[in-house]
Design a protein around this ligand. Structure first.
Ligand code: NCD
Length: 319
């Protein structure tokens, strides 16, 4: 593995290697001293052209726990706001000797462009590009499912064969939904997308997914092991996609009444940031079924695994 750009092209073996390595990383995070010397002398640049809290600090914590030097670069306050191109920024990073670049960008395909451009030799990790993919989010979600459903000890080497996952919400704008669909399918899970027609991704009928419009129907028919809620991403909406927030919550939200009807063993997941009261009620978000904070904690282990697998040792000759 030279780069981590998407989950669509990630093989089952590589996905399991990342998840199993994340289990090893997680074990080291229970120790009093959490830092490992693995990436000493390497430089990781966090290149964030879009806002982020969780993902940015998670990558930063992961790189630091592997002893890498971390440079945080946010587009606001940099030459990017003066109109510097991705190419010039990339060449600057090459000149300072970056070994890894973690990039979040509003343009789908920006990380792939960076990886294939020849502008830099660094390994590229996609931290979310437009509405395309967010591979480390899907990996940490799969890691969380595996652990919760099978336990940490029984997780190693296992995929998610036969698991039913219902993903609800703003699918049209969601890179998290896309990355989850590809990874979960590779790992043998069944995936259902639930949203009003206006928020179904274009082309989803050609994908390996059951498409539904009713959350109640999905909860009945698909007997989910996992219900994953997605944030309504108003910043990416340039039109009205549903009548109003009350209507959205009533039809597609995991509200108190729906949550009360869920079997206790059903996991409730959300990548954050949550709109409480819209796509998820506080009772659901703060319940024992919710994995929201575990997802954040597991994110560090999964990103440590990805950085380790991509950046440790001598980098392979340019592909
Ligand atoms: C997601 C993202 O940015 O794609 N959040 C995250 O990485 N934790 C989803 C979102 O913003 O709703």
């Amino acid at each position: 593995m030279r780069h981590l750009l998407d989950t669509r092209s990630l093989s089952r073996d590589d996905a399991l290697l990342i998840l199993d390595t994340a289990e090893d990383m997680s074990a080291t995070q229970q120790r009093e001293v959490k830092k490992l010397p693995t990436l000493r002398g390497k430089t990781v640049v966090n290149l964030f052209y879009e806002d982020s809290t969780r993902t940015r600090i998670s990558f930063e914590a992961a790189a630091k726990r592997l002893s890498a030097d971390v440079i945080n670069f946010s587009a606001k306050g940099s030459s990017v706001s003066k109109g510097e191109s991705l190419k010039d920024t990339a060449q600057t990073l090459q000149a300072i000797g970056a070994d890894g670049v973690v990039i979040r960008h509003s343009a789908s395909g920006a990380p792939a462009r960076l990886a294939s451009s020849g502008w830099i030799e660094a390994g590229v990790l996609n931290a979310g590009d437009g509405t395309h993919e967010h591979p480390t989010q899907a990996l940490l979600d799969a890691f969380t499912m595996r652990r919760r459903l099978f336990g940490a000890d029984a997780s190693r080497g296992r995929d998610l064969d036969g698991i039913s996952v219902v993903i609800v919400g703003d699918l049209a704008h969601s890179r998290v939904a896309r990355s989850n669909l590809w990874l979960l399918t590779t790992l043998g899970a069944r995936v259902t997308f639930v949203a009003p027609e206006t928020l179904q991704p274009y082309g989803s009928r050609l994908w390996p997914v059951t498409v539904r419009h009713s959350l109640d129907e999905a909860l009945r028919a698909d007997a989910p092991d996992v219900v994953m809620l997605l944030r309504v991403q108003t910043e990416r909406m340039h039109a009205a996609f549903f009548p109003n927030e009350r209507e959205y919550a009533r039809n597609w939200g995991l509200d108190d009444a729906r949550f009360a009807r869920l079997p206790e063993r059903t996991l409730v997941m959300h990548p954050g940031p949550m709109n409480r009261g819209l796509e998820i009620s506080s009772a659901a978000a703060d319940s024992a079924s919710s994995t929201v904070l575990e997802q954040v904690a597991n994110g560090v282990s999964v990103r440590m695994a990805a950085l380790y697998l991509l950046l440790s040792g001598e980098r392979e000759a340019k592909a």
